[in-house]
Design a protein around this ligand. Structure first.
Ligand SMILES: Cc1ncc(COP(=O)(O)O)c(C=O)c1O
Length: 425
């Protein structure tokens, strides 16, 4: 049975009800026997799912299938590899509400997606508005462009609480702005930006494009690039979708792609992050004076692609698509609030947020020390200093493999270690 069939059958046995721990243990946990065996072996409670998601058993077989095609068919493998690229793109469209698979451009990092867009903007030194809460990769790339005078970045800070608000971002957008870059859920605090739709509208009213970093929402929260109306979205698979590093993507709103497949959009945006897979006739080997791009989103492809990542991401994406993000999100919110309640009962307050992603945080003074002690006590979590306040937030993310019993044990283990500090709300 193929990976997708196995997953589809397992999920079908869950029924259409809201997810329950008992159902997950019976039908879904067996798909993860390798990582669950590790739990038994190490007695570790893994709560860093927001950082590196845990793989299904099938991931290893899927990667092997990619390699087997090479051993068996040598260059004939390209046909199945490219078919898998299309399946990869298709699986992502379902998670981000996108009607066209060619709007998904596989990338090896989210940062690569940002660079492709920066290198597509029509001005030599574009004006960018970004928040100081963007993930390090995004922050660093923007700083490098600014430093080399390839962009002029205006940074929007957070309030004293380290949280961002739409009004401050909107106030920084002007008619000079070419691109706005903002997270849907901020990596350090887990804050989901309220009124993202207003920010998108404001960018467009000022003639700017807008890119959403949806890494912490991809696979955990319902997203629709077409309903949101943002121009670009970046995310990847190594966290909640369990697809490992290297399987990232840039999504382009179909409004920027030629409407009719087969009809190149000559005036459409195109990027200098390009290569022969973006050519009109990749295997025709014709040379033209100016770059003759293929139609639609494929004009954003690059050079010879890495192919293993499509296989690596297959099982995780298939699982989430089969279960449905809505159900997963509802389960995750319930699980988080139960974990927060257990922590509260032990006198440990998590940081309350009106809207947040799949992890909760506890602010502490000695972040690095706490993480080390937690690891020693068998709780695997991680943390980041908030880029705006410097306050260290330990992040905890249970997932569908985490049980109530495990969460209760985690609270017992972390209670003697963590001394939360108060943060302004
Ligand atoms: C919000 C956000 N964006 C992007 C990334 C990853 O960026 P890149 O793939 O460029 O390393 C992360 C990783 O933790 C993240 O949290």
């Amino acid at each position: 049975m193929s990976t997708v069939e196995t997953i589809t059958k397992a999920v079908a046995r869950l029924g259409n009800e809201p997810l329950s721990e008992a159902g997950l243990i019976e039908h879904i946990h067996p798909l993860f026997s390798r990582v669950l065996a590790r739990n038994q072996r190490t007695d570790e409670i893994y709560l860093a799912n927001h950082s590196l998601g845990r793989p299904l058993d099938a991931l290893g077989d899927d990667v092997q299938e990619c390699l087997d095609a090479w051993y068996t068919d040598i260059d004939g493998a390209w046909e199945v590899w490219i078919a898998e690229r299309e399946a990869y793109r298709g699986r992502i469209t379902l998670l981000i509400g996108c009607s066209r698979a060619d709007a998904i451009i596989p990338k090896s990092s989210a940062g690569q997606g940002l660079r492709a867009v920066l290198n597509a903007l029509p001005t030599a030194k574009p004006s960018i508005v970004a928040t100081t809460g963007e993930f390090d990769s995004i922050d660093f790339i923007l700083k490098a462009y600014h430093h080399k005078q390839r962009a002029c970045v205006s940074w929007v800070g957070a309030g004293p609480s380290g949280l961002f608000n739409a009004d401050a971002i909107i106030a920084t957008i002007s008619h000079e702005t070419d691109l706005v870059v903002v997270s849907m859920i901020f990596f350090a605090t887990g804050q989901m930006l309220g009124e993202l739709d207003r920010v998108i509208r404001a960018a467009h009213e000022h003639g700017a494009l807008i890119m959403i970093d949806a890494y912490h929402a991809f696979g955990t929260n319902p997203i629709s690039i077409e309903q949101l109306g943002c121009d670009f979205l970046i995310a990847g698979n190594y966290k909640y979708t369990r697809g490992g590093p290297g399987a990232c993507f840039l999504a382009i709103h179909p409004m920027h792609l030629s409407p009719t497949p087969g009809v190149p959009a000559r005036d459409a945006l195109f990027t200098t992050d390009t290569g022969w897979f973006a050519k009109e006739d990749t295997f025709g080997y014709h040379r033209t004076q100016s770059p003759a791009l293929t139609d639609g989103g494929n004009a954003w492809l690059e050079a010879t692609p890495p192919v293993i990542t499509y296989y690596q991401a297959r099982s995780g994406l298939a699982l989430i698509n089969a279960i449905g993000v809505d159900r997963l999100c509802a389960y995750s919110m319930k699980q988080l609030s139960s974990f927060e309640q257990m922590l509260g009962n032990a006198g440990i307050n998590t940081r309350p947020l009106d809207h947040h992603g799949a992890f909760t945080t506890i602010a502490v003074n000695d972040g690095a020390g706490c993480i080390e002690k937690l690891k020693a006590a068998g709780v695997n979590a991680d943390g980041r200093p908030c880029p705006t306040t410097g306050v260290f937030h330990i992040r905890f993310c249970p997932d569908l493999l985490s049980t109530e019993n495990e969460l209760a044990q985690a609270v017992e283990r972390l209670s003697p270690i963590i001394r939360p500090i108060a943060v302004q709300h």
